[in-house]
Ligand binder design. Structure first.
Ligand code: SF4
Length: 465
């Protein structure tokens, strides 16, 4: 029977099926971060051990400072953050789990650092106690976020009970116009299908525009699948995937590589495979996208205007739009390019990779920032690579701040926050109320667009620069 990429991976990982329709899945890789302490505490309370420590990998990311990192853990000013970082170190050491701690040269946001180390591979089932685990689906893995009690379950058993999601194909045909990136594609997808549009589904992205994307751009796309309500997002592995993986520290080598490659090549969805739902998008008609509201579906092309709720026939959606506009302090009909910003954040697991920093630097080169701008690379390896290319100098000469690696101002729990009432242009993935700090107003966009906003002090069509 013809099967989708998702079904092939799911079927291969089934251990047993339960009475209630749930399936017990084998988990190949389990990623951890500072937030995993609940699971370790529960594990200790129940007197359990970690079933397979070699299949878990931990990263400090959410709470690490992006300044003064040379001071190490004693330099983490916030006692709670320091405690969580120390807690992860203690728990991973106790259970023999590999930990890329904040002083490690390979530290970074779990969804940036794990792929660049070659830990994320096609065909795997990958879990992490973080919603944006969907990022790893860019490699043709089935990767999804889990809650604290499930993190405990995976630590204790290396398995997970799950209800099988439905499958959804999002086909993006055509070629992306100049200045339009993967971030714009995924924001356009979410604007089209809505924040609940893929609920209960695993999305497979396909089509000529997707095949033409680099691995970094594919990760940006899959990262935001969760913002459309999807359980996971995936892209079939191909030569772009294999070229990215070859030679990575944890990728297979020699005969193991050859046999892995043979398996990976069997993964793409069969031609006759059926999806529960299909959606199409024409890439050639897309523009750079910007969000105006407080959820990722509230986005429009940069050439557009803030929408008027009065034109929305659906009452609950109209009420949501009105509430978003109130929080964001925007007027219906206002051109998006008239929106002034107070600060800019370039980074996160969506757009903190080398390619993103190159795109931002291309705009920053030879120009000066009008508003405070923070650049936080997604990992320390990205930081080193960016510095080797001189991107740090470009940013510093433009008046941007060049920070260390971590989640930083995406969520602000390390102290990098947008002050209340201020408006930020951000390359992250969530624009919820208070996401970047209490009262902060967030506009999501791609890295070149964010750099353009830094230079002009307002939301700007990067194609004009
Ligand atoms: S960068 Fe943001 S979205 Fe990504 S893992 Fe960190 S906090 Fe979550």
């Amino acid at each position: 029977m013809a099967r989708t990429l998702f079904e092939k991976i799911w079927d291969r990982h089934v251990i047993t099926r339960g009475a209630g329709g749930d399936t017990l899945l084998f988990v190949d890789r389990h990623y951890l971060h500072e937030g995993s302490f609940h699971a370790f505490t529960a594990l200790a309370r129940e007197g359990r051990e970690v079933r397979s420590p070699k299949q878990s990998f931990a990263f400090d990311d959410h709470y690490v400072p992006t300044v003064d990192r040379h001071l190490g853990i004693p330099g983490v000013a916030d006692a709670e953050a320091r405690g969580l970082i120390e807690n992860l170190a203690r728990n991973t050491a106790k259970h023999g789990i590999r930990h890329f701690h904040m002083d490690d040269a390979r530290q970074g946001i779990v969804h940036v650092a794990a792929p660049e180390l070659g830990l994320t591979l096609p065909g795997l089932v990958i879990n992490c106690g973080d919603s944006h685990t969907s990022t790893h689906g860019a490699f043709g893995a089935l990767a999804f976020g889990i809650g604290a009690s499930q993190v405990k379950q995976v630590l204790a058993t290396q398995c997970l009970w799950q209800k099988q999601p439905k499958s959804m194909l999002i086909r993006i045909d055509g070629a992306l116009p100049p200045g339009v990136t993967a971030k714009d594609v995924i924001l356009a997808v979410i604007a089209k299908i809505g924040i609940g549009g893929a609920q209960g589904h695993v999305i497979e992205y396909a089509g000529a525009a997707v095949r033409a994307l680099t691995m970094e751009a594919r990760m940006t796309m899959c990262n935001m699948s969760i913002e459309a309500g999807a359980r996971a997002g995936m892209i079939a592995p191909d030569d772009t995937t294999y070229q990215y993986l070859a030679g990575r520290p944890h990728a297979p080598v020699g005969e193991a590589w050859e046999s892995a490659l043979a398996y990976w090549r069997s993964l793409p969805s069969d031609r006759q495979a059926r999806f529960d739902r299909e959606v199409g998008l024409d890439a050639s008609r897309l523009e750079p996208m910007v969000t105006w509201g407080t959820n990722p579906e509230e986005g429009v092309p940069v050439s557009g205007a803030v929408p008027d709720p009065a034109n929305e026939p659906d009452a609950s959606r109209r009420a949501r739009m009105e509430s978003s506009l109130r929080y964001m302090g925007l007027t219906p009909g206002m051109p998006i390019s008239d929106i002034a910003v107070d600060r800019v954040f370039i980074g996160s697991c969506t757009n903190g990779r080398l390619e993103d920093l190159r795109a931002a630097a291309a705009i920053a080169r030879g120009r000066k920032a009008r508003v405070p701008t923070v650049v936080s690379p997604g990992s320390r390896l990205v930081k080193v690579a960016a510095e080797a290319e001189g991107l740090d100098k470009i940013f510093l000469e433009a008046g941007f701040e060049w920070r260390d690696a971590g989640c930083s101002m995406c969520v602000g729990i390390n102290g990098d926050q947008v002050p209340s009432g201020e408006r930020s242009a951000s390359t992250s993935n969530r624009n919820f109320e208070g996401r970047q700090g209490k009262g902060a107003r967030t506009h999501l966009m791609g890295p070149a667009m964010a750099a353009a906003a830094a230079i002009t002090g307002r939301i700007t069509d990067v194609r004009a620069l």
